[in-house]
Design a protein around this ligand. Sequence first.
Ligand code: ADP
Ligand code: MG
Length: 258
Amino acid sequence: MSVLTVSGLAKSFGGVQALRDVNFTLAAGEILAMIGPNGAGKSTCFNCINGQLRPDLGSVTFAGHELIGLPPRRIWRLGVGRTFQITATFGSMTVAENVQMALISHHRRTRAPWTLATRLHREEALALLDAVGMRDQAERRCSVLAYGDLKRVELAVALAHGPRMLLMDEPTAGMAPKERIALMALTAGIVHDRGISVLFTEHDMDVVFANADRIIVLNRGELIAEGTPAAVRDNPMVQEIYLGAGSMFGAAAAGAHA
Ligand code: ADP
Ligand code: MG
């Protein structure tokens, strides 16, 4: 069953048609990658879904709610989480405190107030930190963490809000290739376990092919291909776009992750 349905989405900026008639769905628990060259309209599409931008035309429904016209905070409260473009952590607080704070905010919305007393959700925070491989650093301040470790904490913070779907626009930007692969593999494992849907963009095709259940390809504001990683990789139109852009397929194009 689809958790997200995007229909007829269109957005222009002056003379630039950033999105034209974009249609796709995201199933419950599915990891969907949106790929495409710079300027294809990926971030515009994400921002129309998360409420940062209002499209000119189209509809975005999430779990039965029309999102177009809702403010970003409302959309977030419906269970649309975002990582990692906005830094979600407070440097002066410890890793565990950051996750506890997110849990407090989440439970305040969803449960009776008395649950606040349950040791400020410390056990739950530690369990989330365990899931992202950061439990051993729970008492360190976020300001002293390595970049890749901070991303893991941000993932734990996003999970603390109990999202049904995560939007991840270039989640691994600024990371070394090995770290990127590790972060997305970690994310994929966790979201599959919890049945969370993910829509992500990513430039590193090794990361895309290793983790996406399905791929959609955007070019100049239009969806030009959709399918399994293998089908998209073998699509001549996709190959042409990427070869033209200086081949981003790398090892993945040779079937390294097939
Ligand atoms: P991508 O994320 O795929 O690189 P974007 O969605 O950022 O692409 O951009 C799509 C197109 O829309 C580009 O031509 C970009 O210059 C243009 N664009 C995006 N945001 C704005 C904006 N706020 N004002 C004007 N043009 C924009
Ligand atoms: Mg972008």
